[in-house]
Design a protein. Sequence first.
Length: 318
Amino acid sequence: MKNFTCVQDLGDLKPALDEAFEIKKDRFKYVELGRNKTLMMIFFNSSLRTRLSTQKAAINLGMNVMVLDITQGAWKLETERGVIMDGDKPEHLLEAIPVMGCYCDIIGVRSFARFEDRDYDYNEVIINQFIQHSGRSVFSMEAATRHPLQSFADLITIEEYKKTARPKVVMTWAPHPRPLPQAVPNSFAEWMNATDYDFVITHPEGYDLAPEFVGNAHVEYDQMKAFEGADFIYAKNWAAYSGDNYGVVLSRDREWTVSNRQMAVTNNAYFMHCLPVRRNMIVTDSVIESPQSIVIPEAANREISATVVLKRMLEELK
Ligand code: CP
């Protein structure tokens, strides 16, 4: 695998899951694979889980790791081509990227949607520039429209906890005070649509995701109806996608906060969230602290998904 930005890059999910469970049994099985290979992790945005789990994955594989927070300690970067650089940004991304590529073998990039221009975000300008100009294998640590390492970890978690071959998985919008990107819900939908699970998306009207991510998922605007008989509840906030409302918070309706009221109509569903989560906005204390909450094992599987992805990229370098 040269680059990893979406579910299709991983290919058939069954062998990827087999590899994940193999690595989970013995995290250091491939520790020789990354000897004298260097991972560079580039963060344009904050992170806890992605930063730590990806670094741990690289350690599992015997790699060296460098981490650069672009906003702390690097020159302020111009990202637009054609700009007269007479402002406060002394370096252009188009030089910075190939320079970064000189010092490493694989590059991970985190660069969120900016919500200034939907086409700019949905064309994935930043990560595609890394793919085009770094001369290195590149993977997404959450880009503008997808978070594939998270979705792969989510899939591993569902496979571990599911009690039926074809569980009902419900992704629900939940309120949040600020506009959040669609990367996690887009990606989760994309990965769920690549399985044969019964997948349902529920959100208030106006929060429809891009059709290419919704795919054949069933969209249900009545949250209680969507939750009926669910085996997994996957909560997430996102800002509006459609038209002039792109990046706008249309609702803060706390009726959508996941609480015992909604969980009561599920099939004793497990509760999932990618974290960080705002308690009593997205989910109540009682639900996230309940035995059905699997947010911590879900976060733990970030190490496993990252190890599989880096392993496959290292194999391509050999
Ligand atoms: N879920 C996730 O990606 O967490 P971080 O933003 O902390 O990396």
